[in-house]
Structures are given as C-alpha cells and as structure tokens.
Design a protein around this ligand. Sequence first.
Ligand SMILES: Nc1nc2c(c(=O)[nH]1)N[C@H]1C(S)=C(S)[C@@H](COP(=O)(O)O)O[C@H]1N2
Ligand SMILES: [Mo]
Length: 424
Amino acid sequence: MKKSDLLEPIAGNGLLHRRLFLKSSVAAMGAAGLQFITAKVATAAPLEVPAWMQTPGTGMSGYGARSRHEEHIQRSFGSLPGTVGVGSSRTPLEHLEGIITPGALHFERHHNGIPDIAPLEHQLLIHGLVDRPLMFDLESLTRYPMVSRIHFLECSGNSGANNAPKPPQLPASSIHGLVSCSEWTGVPLAVLLDEAGVQSEGSWILAEGSDAAAMSRSIPMAKVRDDAIVAIYQNGEHLRPANGYPMRLFLPGWEGNMSVKWLRRIQVTSGPTMTKDETSKYSDLMPDGRSKLFTFPMEVKSLITSPSGTNAMQGAGLYQLSGIAWSGLGRIRRVEVSADDGRTWAEAALTDPVLPRAFTRFRLPWRWDGGPAVLQSRAIDETGAVQPTRTVLLGERGVNYRYHYNAIQSWAVSETGEVSNVYS
Ligand SMILES: Nc1nc2c(c(=O)[nH]1)N[C@H]1C(S)=C(S)[C@@H](COP(=O)(O)O)O[C@H]1N2
Ligand SMILES: [Mo]
C-alpha cells in the first residue's frame, strides 16, 4: 500500500486505514500536508514559565491521589450514592483508555451492601464431598503458589438498558459500565481442593459469600479445575472492600454474579444447589415462557467509547475512534468498525496486549466530514463468534430476556456533533 493511499477512506463515511496510526504513517500524513489531529503550529517565541514552575511543588504522600482536575471522573450510580443494600455503580468507560480499570473505578454490584471484614477473623471453609475439610485464613492462603491474570469481569445485567423499546440517552458508562478489567492475583482453587481431596462424586461446588446476602452460586467442577482462582489482589494491591476483600472467587469470562465476593465457604457437591441467587435472578426467560437453566460465559461484545453517547464532537476533521472488545470464550480475533450504519466495515487496529477473556483496546482513524453518521463496532472472537445486531439478538430472544445482552452498539453523530444512542 502506498503511503498516500492511507489518506483515502477504506469504508463509507470517512473511515481510514488502521495503519494510518503507525509511526511511519503519521510522518506520511505530515508529508502529505495533513495536519495531525489538532496540534498547533509552534512559534519561535520561548515558552512561558507557568505559575507551578515558580514555586516548589508539594511533597510526598503515603497513598496517592489523582489530579484534582480529574476528580469529576466518577462511577455512576443506579441507586443513590451510599445506599445500603442492593445496588450497583458503573465504570466510567468513556473516560478511560487502555485495558486496565483502576481499582477505585471498578464497577460495584452488591446484593446487601459491603461487609466490613476484619482480615484476621475471616476464614474460608472447604467441605462437602472431600476427604479432609479444611479452613484457610488469609495468611495460610498466601503460602500457596499464586497466579496473576488480566481478565474482565462483567455483570450479566450489563447493557440491559438497551432492551428498552426506545434507546436511552445516557453516557456509555450508564448503559455498559457494569464491566471492568483488572489484573487478579490469587491461588488456583484447584490447588486448595486438591489439599482437601475431592471425592469421585464431587462434580460441582457451591460458593458462598460472607455478606448479609450470603450470596451463593453453583459452579461445575470442570470450570473450577480449568481456571478458577481465589483472588486476593487486584491490580497489585489487596482487593478493595467493594470487590470482595479479603478474598473472592474469580471465574474468568463467566457472568460476574458467579465470582462470589467475600468468599467464606466452598462446598463440594454432586450437582448444582439451585440457590436463591441462581434461580430467582440471572436466569434467562425464553419466548416460550421457560427459563434457560444456566448461562455461564459472557459472549463476544464491543463498544466504541470515544466518541460515545452524550458526547459533543468538536467540529469536522480527523478523529481517533477508540473502544473496547472482550469475550468470555477467549481472545478477540478482530474488530470491525462502520461509520455508515453497518453498510460498510473497516478492520480496526488492536492495541497490544490482546489477552484471552480480557478487554482488548481497538482504534481506527475517522475523518468526519461534519455530516450525519452512525458509528458501530462489531467484535469477532477466536471461536469465530460474531457480535450480533440488536435486531438479530432480540429476534432470537423475545421480549422477556433481560440478561446477557451483547448486541452491537450504534452511536449516531448529528450535523451539530451531538452523539446519541440509536437502534439501527
Ligand atoms: N457475596 C457476594 N458476591 C457477589 C455479589 C454480592 O452481592 N455478594 N454480587 C455479584 C455480582 S451480581 C457481580 S456482577 C459481581 C460484581 O463484582 P464487583 O462488585 O467486584 O464488580 O460480584 C458478584 N459477587
Ligand atoms: Mo451481576
């Protein structure tokens, strides 16, 4: 491909080739006389000395805080801040970049508030169909070999707002923010189960939390053996109370509800326990009125986070479309982007690293001509699964299905630059 071709749209409505964002191509853009994004031409005058260079800066602190100019970036709430009991808060996806969600902005979902657990008093009991019932405290756990894995965590209720007949006019976080991505460190649950000695009939476990909801879920032994961990650390520091301090179950790629926080009990069983949390909620109601028994993995999904709902574009010109893709079934293989409501598609650049069951950041250059556009992203994972359109998804599921919504998100850009949520 000739460098100048990079400046030619490769799909409808101004989508440019992903290679335009490579270093050499940025130089090519300059050579072609295209000013890069919004940089101003520098003058020969010396730089001014700003106020903060004229006095010594402040000192160190024991635990860091972000810039006071960023304090308005907050989780959004489904229920009022500080509400006790049931509720959720959402990650401000449209304000974040890369793939890691800072601990302080990880989404929260509680069924009866956040328990205040004294770590030295917390115990994890492993019992049921085992040879030796065992109790682990935090100290004994940290003597086992640990693993660290970068994975997303998504509530199966995420994006449910888009089931509504009319598209809600909300920021990306309010619609899709029940998903975050962290590095989780802990002990593989299989190691602890081997210590206890699982008996031959032990084909499921029950995991129970130490919160006032005593939230509990059943998990098949195959998943436990595959990649379940008892997580102690999140992004390098101890779990935050809201995310399960001092220990939680973590099940990569499976619906968030099953990653039981404040984990206190694992009972090895011969089948699913059918707890209140897996029968009254998180089950999918089908068009014929019956419920699916369980839906464990979170399927392939993506959305453009910049620009996104309620944003205002700053005039026609070159933009960097940026978004996240993820799949509970493995790696993201490819993300395609459309600017003309799905008529034509261009392949986006995936920013390294591309990890299984983790956020994958994608980008594509877009020259907005100032006219109306509908932006969409469509992710494909390594199993070949393709993110469906909303029409296809709802067509298959009927109107009663609420959980596990993974349809393509469409953002309309108006001539005045307002970005809104549309169903296409
Ligand atoms: N003990 C317990 N575990 C729990 C919950 C809970 O309320 N109690 N909420 C579940 C739900 S519905 C989700 S989506 C995830 C949310 O994890 P987070 O709050 O760390 O984001 O935790 C799950 N584990
Ligand atoms: Mo959830």
